[in-house]
Design a protein around this ligand. Structure first.
Ligand code: KIV
Ligand code: ZN
Length: 528
């Protein structure tokens, strides 16, 4: 059986230290619930001594999420009695609580930060552990700045706090200074000595990403005997962040023949957790971020799309389904080749095309792809229709009658009555509508919904700038829910309100495509 690696999530403590990422009590509890579903072993819910609000939030997590024995709830304390009391008072409501305390071991911390001798600091740590043990059986001790500490002093500290009763020892690379080979060698030595002293005490690591090596250092530690990894979702955290949970877990799983360990993470919950954290904290995930970035499973190169369609393992080492995504995404752009376009058309039901018909449609695709950044399924229907109109009049099906096309908008933004008017085309018909809302986007989307008559729930709205300067392109990405399915669509324009309307239109048209696919693409009958 493979060795178990404990996963300690500190999104709600180290992650929440990111400027502007502060969560309220309800958001913390909701993220903690999701972390429990994800299967983490330990949640660090906050730093209760830092504020009354954080104390209450940690307490709520202990009560509401820590109500079962299968998860440990902890919170951070400095090695001082008041902090330890505060953690105890907040986490004691959990079935399985733990006190986590931190005290530096490097010369810089001992001499410059605390202005004390090494012996004095060691004694403070030992006394703090002894005190915490009078309150709770489980105590984790973190040797802050361990990777820059003198090794024998570090070991002496660990040995002393273990003898004082610490049940987990956490070795942080606080400033992201470590290098994988060197860090792995240090963990190997510490693990060897620790297991000789008491094999039941867990050895943990906590790596920061200042040199982009947090995941590599964490994995090197696991290879060298670490029992536990401290991570955050999307790698958020102080400065350049912490080791990303999703990267560490998926690396251990994907390269299991190298690591020969297992975690109890339900990887299918990764994407959901990532999106929840990102939206509550208002921190966008970098598009090319490993595992949870928007493009992590999106393939746009024609050569890659061709390879993937022949055999997925040509360019895919992690299956998107394993992290909770539906499928890989083949984005149709001007770089997509015939194979990808044919595949997309076949998925829509266009399976028996004559060679000259496909070539004509492919030419239409390229023309549109040059104008639009991304080509959607509903665009393909319209391309097929216009090809048939020109070359094969007898076989024309009016697909465009079923899709909505944005024509114009006017939006008024003020604090009393934000309102919007829109003009939308569907085939030959032009519709106009106006609505008020809680804000300009709400008003805009209500006005469009009045025309489309498709009742969807907006569950995600992100806006970002694609370029710089006064004519920067605003990119809007939205997620809507319709009959239990989520639809994601994007659009870009220099006018962000127009980009918002176009993204909504693309999403609604995707719903219509799904309805068409549910019947038959060739015999089109859509009742919406
Ligand atoms: O980076 C660090 O050293 C920490 C400790 C509190 C574990 O966050
Ligand atoms: Zn940290």
């Amino acid at each position: 059986m493979s060795r178990k690696i404990w996963v300690f999530d500190t999104t709600l403590r180290d992650g929440e230290q990111v400027p502007g990422a502060k969560l309220n009590l309800y958001e913390k509890v909701e993220i903690a619930q999701q972390l429990k579903k994800l299967g983490v072993d330990i949640i660090e819910a906050g730093f209760p001594a830092s504020s009354q609000g954080d104390f209450e939030a940690v307490k709520a997590v202990a009560q509401k999420v820590g109500n079962t024995n299968d998860i440990i709830i902890t919170a951070l304390a400095r090695a001082v009695q008041a902090d330890i009391d505060s953690v105890y008072q907040a986490v004691k409501y959990a079935e399985n609580p733990m006190i986590h305390m931190v005290l530096g071991t490097s010369d810089i911390h001992v001499e410059k930060k605390f202005n004390k001798s090494k012996d004095q600091i060691l004694q403070i740590g030992v006394d703090a552990v002894k005190y915490a043990k009078t309150l709770m059986p489980q105590v984790q001790y973190s040797t802050e700045d361990a990777s820059r500490s003198e090794f024998e002093y570090l070991w002496h500290t660990i040995e002393s706090v273990m003898k004082a009763g610490a049940t987990m020892i956490n070795v942080p690379d606080t400033v992201g200074f470590a290098e994988p080979e060197e860090f792995g060698a240090m963990i190997y030595k510490l693990n060897d000595r620790m297991k000789n002293l008491d094999p039941d005490v867990l050895l943990s690591v906590h790596c920061h990403n200042d040199l982009g090596m947090a995941t590599a250092n964490t994995l090197a530690a696991v290879k060298n005997g670490a029992d536990k990894v401290e991570c955050t979702i999307n790698g958020i955290g102080e400065r350049a962040g912490n080791a990303a949970l999703e990267e560490v877990v998926m690396a251990l799983k994907t390269r299991s023949s190298i690591y020969n360990v297992s975690t109890q993470i339900n990887t299918k919950e990764i994407m959901k957790t990532s999106r929840l954290v990102s939206s509550f904290m208002g921190l966008d995930v970098q598009v090319n971020k490993a595992i949870t970035g928007d493009n992590a499973f999106a393939h746009s190169s024609g050569i890659h799309q061709d390879g993937l369609l022949k055999s997925r393992d040509a360019y895919e080492i992690v299956h998107p389904e394993d992290v909770g995504l539906d499928d890989m995404e083949l984005i149709l752009t001007a770089r997509s080749g015939r194979h990808a376009v044919r595949n997309a058309l076949e998925k829509l039901g266009f399976t028996h095309m004559k060679p000259e018909e496909f070539e004509g449609i492919f030419a239409g695709f390229l023309t549109l792809a040059d104008m639009k950044k991304e080509v959607y399924d509903h665009d393909l229907y319209v391309i097929v229709e216009s090809y048939h109109e020109k070359h094969d009049k007898e076989n024309v099906t009016n697909y465009s009658d079923h899709f909505f096309e944005f024509e114009d908008l006017q939006v008024v933004s003020n604090s009393s009555f934000p309102s919007a008017s829109v003009k939308i085309r569907k085939g030959e018909e032009v519709f106009k509508s106006s609505a008020v809302g809680t804000g300009p986007i709400d008003a805009l989307y209500s006005a469009i919904a009045e025309i489309t008559k498709i009742q969807v729930k907006l569950i995600g709205y992100d806006i970002s700038s694609v370029s710089r300067g006064k004519d920067a392109l605003g990119k809007v990405k939205i997620t809507i829910a319709y009959e239990g399915e989520n639809y994601i669509a994007k659009a870009a324009d220099t006018d962000i309100l127009k980009a918002s309307a176009l993204a909504y239109m693309n999403a609604i048209n995707s719903v219509i495509v799904a309805k068409i696919k549910g019947t038959s693409a060739q015999k089109l009958t859509v009742n919406i």
